[in-house]
Design a protein around this ligand. Structure first.
Ligand code: GTP
Ligand code: MN
Ligand code: MN
Length: 588
């Protein structure tokens, strides 16, 4: 099979001439094709069969031990002009970058099959959706792309109708960290990734296309491509409000997206609907509201910490048709990771006998890949071509001190500042040190395909007279007490914070103003039955004036580091908050 689209055939021919594969396989996305790939991978040892009685259709993939996370240092955004990539990105001139990586691709698929994978990010019929084609020599990538995107025949037909697509070229190469690049060419709508088989580096529809390339397209076309979950919250009256939330990697998006409300809420008729857990494309509708789609069709979620207690919906979808990457296994070949109360791991993520001296049995960034429709709280609106209207945007990070449980921005400009000043402790989702606080504006530090100063300006530009913009909030589930324990129970109990946000959206809560934003007034946020002592409650909602003044200085330095390109409106907004802190008599 080839394509009706000459430009697609021509590109495939060029890539084949460069990489010299033995065979070319055009993926149609069928069940039969998937079965054949699974059998091939079992034969080659790329996949290991898990217990088919307890976990039908589930397989384990063990990656190279040096290839377990995104590598930000080797991830480049290659605009012709360095300034357009911004200090937030690694940059190389496009000609130099293309030459460098093409030299690695030369002959790299010799003796192997080259897979041509047409995919659509978003519902096939949606005008907001965008298509791409990934060429890869990894059957593991093909199997994951089939779960994570609308992959195959229908996507190819849409590409042939539209005539344009994002080109993604991937090879696992030698898996040598010294010969590894993940390069983006936004002006060419092209991605080239060599030397890694890890999710974010290799499943090019996800971070590479749906965030880095798409954010650049979104800027030029007037929409937003964000690292956000989308969740629907149904109240006892049966109304559903949709909330989009940006937290950095491994900071709770997948958990919040499929939260199960506490029993009291469930009994009153509250329900949660999952639209997306990682990426959100938002576009202004004719009614002035922002409408959002989840461009993905599956979840690539963090396994450790996922349990019947923390995320029962995730656990419920992981007993069938899932690919596990770098988890441990029990004696009877069931998948296992830290945080599961039952089961005993016997082989760790590298296939060694479990030995605590080797660290956790499952890699801290071990993941599951599973179809979104298997989630018990999956929303039928996830297939809607116009998307869902967004009532609130939430920013959040992992901050053990300073940042209160929840506050609301005064208006859109303040909300953009709140997003732009986000900071969070680093996690195992990227290589490097864990637990260091770094600025991660809108959780997009690793994913924004252009200069952050331009990105903030783009966000500010949505504030037009006809716009009916969502309210913007900030949350922190991760504040700790002096003993290092989390002050807030989190997970399902986060429903209480969502409820307060919706009360604000619908005008049912007054809130109380503070220099950093609006906090819940006494009694507005339901804390019944949590057993929190007064000190914990006071700390969760405290605004430490001196601490925040220092934070505003740090934020000022951060904004200034972008020079004149940083929007003046954002700098002025920071000054306004700093002045309000100075003027405040004492913390509320
Ligand atoms: P990516 O998929 O990498 O973008 O990350 P994510 O934002 O989806 O992260 P995920 O939901 O998988 O959260 C990962 C970690 O956050 C796990 O260790 C969870 O246990 C922890 N976590 C999630 N929600 C909460 C919460 O409300 N409170 C606390 N204390 N931990 C949480
Ligand atoms: Mn993510
Ligand atoms: Mn996630």
């Amino acid at each position: 099979m080839t394509s009706k689209l000459a430009s697609l055939n021509q590109w495939v021919d060029e890539v084949a001439a460069l990489t010299t594969p033995e065979k070319i396989h055009w993926c149609d996305g069928s069940e039969a094709e998937n079965q054949a790939l699974v059998e091939l991978m079992l034969e080659r040892g790329d996949l290991i069969e898990l217990n088919q009685d307890t976990h039908p259709g589930c397989y384990l993939h063990r990656s190279d031990p040096k290839d377990v996370a995104r590598v930000e240092k080797l991830t480049l955004v290659c605009h012709p002009n360095r300034e357009d990539a911004g200090p937030n990105n690694q940059w190389m001139a496009p000609d130099e970058a293309n030459a460098k990586i093409d030299a690695l691709f030369e002959g790299c698929m010799k003796g192997r099959t080259m897979y041509v994978v047409p995919y659509c990010m978003g519902p096939i019929g949606s005008p907001i959706a965008r298509c791409g084609v990934e060429i890869t020599d990894s059957p593991y990538v093909v199997a994951n792309m089939r779960i994570m995107t609308r992959m195959g025949k229908a996507a190819q037909e849409r590409i042939e109708r539209e005539g344009s697509f994002v080109k993604g070229l991937h090879s696992t190469g030698e898996l040598d960290p010294e010969r590894r690049w993940i390069m983006h060419f936004p002006e060419e709508l092209s991605i080239k990734s060599y030397g890694s088989g890890y999710g974010g580096n290799a499943l090019l529809g996800k971070k590479c296309h749906a965030l880095r390339i798409a954010s650049h397209q979104a800027r030029t076309e007037g929409w937003l491509a964000e690292h956000m979950l989308i969740v629907g919250i149904e109240n006892p009256q049966g109304q559903i409000h949709y909330v989009a939330a940006a937290f950095p990697s491994a900071c709770g998006k997948t958990n919040l997206a499929m939260l199960i409300p506490p029993e009291g809420y469930r009994n009153n008729g509250w329900k949660i609907w999952t639209v997306g857990d990682d990426i959100c494309w938002m576009t202004p509708g004719e009614d002035g509201r922002l409408w959002a789609i989840n461009p993905e069709a599956g979840y690539f979620g963090v396994a450790p910490g996922t349990s019947a207690k923390t995320n029962p919906n995730a656990l419920a979808m992981l007993d069938r048709n899932a690919i596990f990457t770098n988890v441990a296994v029990t004696a009877d070949m069931q998948p296992w990771w830290e945080g599961l109360p039952d089961g005993k791991p016997v082989k760790d993520w590298q296939g060694r006998d479990v030995d605590p001296a080797n660290g956790p049995a499952a890699h801290p960034n071990s993941r599951f890949t599973v179809s979104a429709s298997q989630c018990p709280s999956w929303s039928p609106e996830a297939e809607s071509s116009q998307g869902v209207p967004i009532s609130a945007i939430v920013f959040g990070g992992r901050r053990q001190s300073l940042v209160p449980l929840v506050f609301e921005a005064r208006d859109w400009t303040h909300g953009v500042l709140v997003g732009a000043s986000m900071a969070s402790e680093t996690t195992a989702a990227a290589t490097g040190q864990v637990g260091v606080v770094r600025r991660d504006p809108m959780a997009m530090k690793p994913f924004c395909g252009y200069n952050f100063a331009d990105y903030f300006a783009h966000w500010l530009s949505f504030d037009t007279p006809d716009a009916k913009l969502p309210k913007i909030f900030h949350v922190n589930w991760f504040r700790k007490n002096a003993d290092g324990k989390f002050l807030w129970p989190g997970f399902g109990e986060n429903m209480r914070v969502l409820e307060w946000m919706l009360k604000r959206v619908t005008g049912q809560a007054e809130g109380v103003a503070s220099p950093i934003g609006t906090l819940p007034a006494d009694g507005e946020l339901n804390l019944d039955g949590l057993g929190l002592d007064d000190d914990a409650v006071a700390e969760l909602f405290a605004v430490d004036r001196d601490g925040w003044r220092d934070e505003m200085v740090a934020i000022g330095e951060y904004l200034d580091s972008y020079g004149d390109r940083m929007p003046a409106a954002l700098k002025a907004e920071r000054q306004r908050v700093a002045d309000a802190l100075d003027a405040a008599e004492a913390a509320p």
